[in-house]
Design a protein around this ligand. Structure first.
Ligand code: ZN
Length: 135
């Protein structure tokens, strides 16, 4: 397993990590398989979305902020319940097929670490499961 370290720069920060994940996956030498990206945090997540127009991810971040406002009738004493809720909405893992040693992403797809309680330093685990090539 490879572990990336990613610094985020604001409370909500959708940070593209496609290149770092691709490099980590390539290091494994697996030609055919599944790349799992896992976020070991409760106030961050991972998603795959458009990486061409930055406005698309700004819209995703602002929509999540409207859906789950920072201030609300929350009970969690740490004061970051909105971040915990968004973390579960987005999810903690993403899977990408690996074919001929490369991630198979759509033309406009990028992998994003979703920070909801930043700025912080986050870990991203990348593990590639090898699958036998059909004969
Ligand atoms: Zn908390």
């Amino acid at each position: 397993m490879e572990t990336l370290t990613v610094k985020t720069s604001s409370r909500t920060d959708l940070k593209e990590i496609t290149g770092e994940v691709a490099s980590a996956a390539a290091k494994t030498g697996v030609e055919e398989g599944i790349c799992m990206v896992f976020i070991p945090h409760t106030t961050a997540g991972v998603t795959i979305n458009e990486n061409a127009d930055p406005a698309a991810r700004e819209d995703l971040a602002s929509t999540l902020d409207r859906m789950v406002p920072w201030d609300g009738p929350y009970r969690h004493a740490e004061g970051n319940s909105a971040a915990h809720v968004k973390s579960s909405l987005v999810g903690h893992s993403a899977m990408v097929p690996v074919h001929e040693g490369r991630l198979v992403l759509g033309t406009w797809q990028g992998i994003y670490l979703c920070e909801f309680d930043g700025p912080r330093t986050r870990k991203v685990h990348v593990q590639v499961m090898s699958l036998a090539r059909p004969t």
